[in-house]
Design a protein around this ligand. Structure first.
Ligand code: PEP
Ligand code: MG
Length: 575
């Protein structure tokens, strides 16, 4: 039977292939009674599954230490091993089997529900969030018991057109599937900023998340069309639909190939206005893709990714090495290192308490100022790397001028300690601020006086202005970059910075989406920073744009008093 599912497209493109279910709908297990004489056998079956999963984790962990995958995942595996070995899970399940004479799968899910209920009572939001890890571990044990394939098939066994369909993906899963050649990823859960979205975008393959029931509705080996641009999945399409999408896919491939020719062409509008196209990265390994995209700098190095998924903190030397590598590989092109933006959806394991409302809590620069030792280590590492290229410091989530002053004091102190140690660095390193809180945009004049450059973080600016949690797919329909308040704030920041002759870039997702390119150019933006995979499409749009034609239309769009009117003007702008 053919049917269509709609989710959130998080990585563009079309994929046509066959479903590979990464995990079964694990929590839907059978419930049946066993006799007293079967108890021992049932417990042995459970213990065997635990042992199998332990072996899997240990094997996976070995591959991490062997350097086959990112070290950050090993901490997640430690946590999953800890959960697996917790008597609250295994021993309590033994008792349930013996006392209620039920099958092992059922006893295990009952025990899991018990544990989840206990987690729900915990006040610490970080610990509460570990519920997901418990579920992931239990799912693995259930899979082992139910006889589902425990490992993802090796690449050679995949048909070459396998599309991974998962309910959710744990970091361990992500690590496994990174080593396989999937042509698309689909998940029931997730949002623009979920692990799936981040990895899919960095791998440049189509991906759709928040599909809710895909994992239940799609069967192994079902034929699938994935439209990552529109967030649409067509299951078991008929021949005509398939032909249509094949044609679209070929066209997209041709366009991609054509775009590659633009790699070394300067991004200049038809009227001669130069535009800087920079890349967003998470780890030094991403530089390879940056080079392929022709980006002329790093507009956003999300340094907090060096801190994630591990039990310890990266030391000064480790951080220095990461920043230096990027600076050297970028050959004196700008490398904008954002100081760690930890504390909301990207939390440190264990070390820091997270508030009940983390996006509004001790996050980003607030956390840095509350943890001066950790901040100092990072600032020294960045300053040391500044000797090797055009390194800049970017402060995330600024809301007032005092945060800038305190940060500048910290930077000055870090500089002094380096001078004392006879270590050289760029004495004139530029310090910029992210404008992602409405209060910062509205009090820009005071903030700008203390900063060398600005970077607009529209992902958060939209979340905070519209009071819409950016990772909650139930309110995703309200997350509207075209909202008049958003357009007003963005144009206010760009135009104020331009008037004050302070460089301003935009590094949120809007920068890499070509439907916004002309709008932003018309407002006056000349620096865009985005995922490398998006860069040539945006460059193509810039090359075809003529500012004197665009500006009057953009002014009308910003003043438009009705969404319909705005939509008509936008279509005209992007024609
Ligand atoms: C943003 O908020 O737009 C941004 C670029 O930062 P992040 O997505 O990492 O919060
Ligand atoms: Mg942000």
């Amino acid at each position: 039977m053919s049917f269509i599912l709609q989710g959130i497209g998080v990585s563009e493109g079309i994929a046509i292939g066959h479903a590979h279910l990464a995990a079964p709908a694990a929590l839907e297990v059978m419930h049946y009674l066993i006799s007293k004489s079967q108890v021992e056998k049932e417990i042995a079956r459970l213990d065997n599954a635990f042992a199998v999963v332990r072996q899997e984790f240990e094997a996976l962990q070995k591959s991490v230490t062997d350097g086959h995958a990112r070290a950050e995942f090993s901490a997640f595996l430690d946590l999953h091993l800890m959960i697996l070995d917790d008597p609250m899970l295994s021993e309590a399940t033994h008792s349930t089997i013996a006392q209620t004479l039920c099958n092992a799968e059922w006893a295990l899910t009952q025990q899991m529900q018990e544990l989840l209920a206990q987690f729900e009572q915990i006040e610490d939001a970080y610990l509460r969030e570990r519920k997901a890890d418990v579920v992931q571990v239990v799912e693995r044990v259930l899979k082992a018991m139910l006889g589902y394939p425990r490992h993802l098939p090796v690449a050679t066994k995949l048909t070459g057109d396998s599309i991974l369909v998962a309910h959710d993906l744990s970091p361990a899963d992500v690590m496994q599937y990174k080593q396989h050649q999937f042509t698309a990823f689909l998940t029931d859960l997730g949002s623009q900023t979920s692990h799936t979205a981040i990895v899919a975008r960095s791998l440049n393959i189509p991906s759709v998340v928040a599909l809710h029931y895909a994992h239940q509705l799609i069967l192994e080996n079902d034929a699938l069309i994935v439209d990552g641009t529109h967030g649409v999945i067509i299951v078991n399409p008929d021949k005509y639909v398939l032909d249509e999408y094949r044609l679209r896919q070929e066209q997209l491939e041709l366009e991609k190939q054509k775009l590659k020719r633009l790699k070394s062409i300067a991004a200049v509008t038809l009227d001669g206005t130069p535009v800087d196209l920079y890349a967003n990265i998470e780890l030094p390994e991403d530089i390879e893709q940056v080079k392929e995209s022709g980006a002329t700098g790093i507009g956003l190095f999300r340094s907090e990714f060096l801190f994630l998924n591990r039990n310890d903190l990266p030391g000064e030397d480790e951080q220095f090495e990461a920043y230096r590598t990027v600076a050297v590989k970028m050959h004196k092109q700008p490398v904008t290192i954002r100081t760690f933006d930890l504390g909301a959806d990207k939390s440190l394991r264990g070390a820091v308490q997270v508030a009940a409302n983390p996006a509004l809590g001790l996050r980003a620069i607030r956390l840095s100022l509350a943890e001066p030792r950790m901040f100092h280590i990072q600032l020294r590492a960045i300053l040391r790397a500044s000797k090797f290229g055009d390194v800049r410091i970017l402060i995330p989530m600024l809301s007032n001028v005092s945060e800038i002053e305190q940060t500048l004091n910290h930077i000055e102190y870090a500089k002094q300690t380096l001078r004392d140690d006879d270590i050289r660095f760029d004495e004139h390193i530029k310090v910029g601020g992210m404008i992602e809180i409405p209060a910062a945009a509205l009090s820009l004049d005071t903030l700008m006086r203390k900063l060398d450059f600005l970077s607009i973080g529209t992902n958060d600016l939209i979340q905070y202005t519209l009071a819409v949690d950016r990772i909650d797919d139930t309110v995703a329909h309200l997350y509207d970059p075209f909202h008049p308040a958003i357009l007003w704030l963005i144009s206010h920041v760009i135009q104020s910075a331009n008037r004050a002759k302070i460089p301003v870039s935009l590094c949120g997702e809007m920068a890499g989406d070509k439907q916004f390119t002309r709008l932003l150019l018309g407002i006056g933006l000349q620096q865009f920073s985005m995922y490398p995979a998006q860069l040539l499409t945006v460059k193509n749009q810039i090359l075809k744009s003529h500012l004197p034609d665009i500006v009057p239309l953009v002014n009308k769009i910003i003043k438009a008093d009705h969404p319909q009117k705005m939509a008509t003007l936008l279509t005209k702008l992007n024609d």
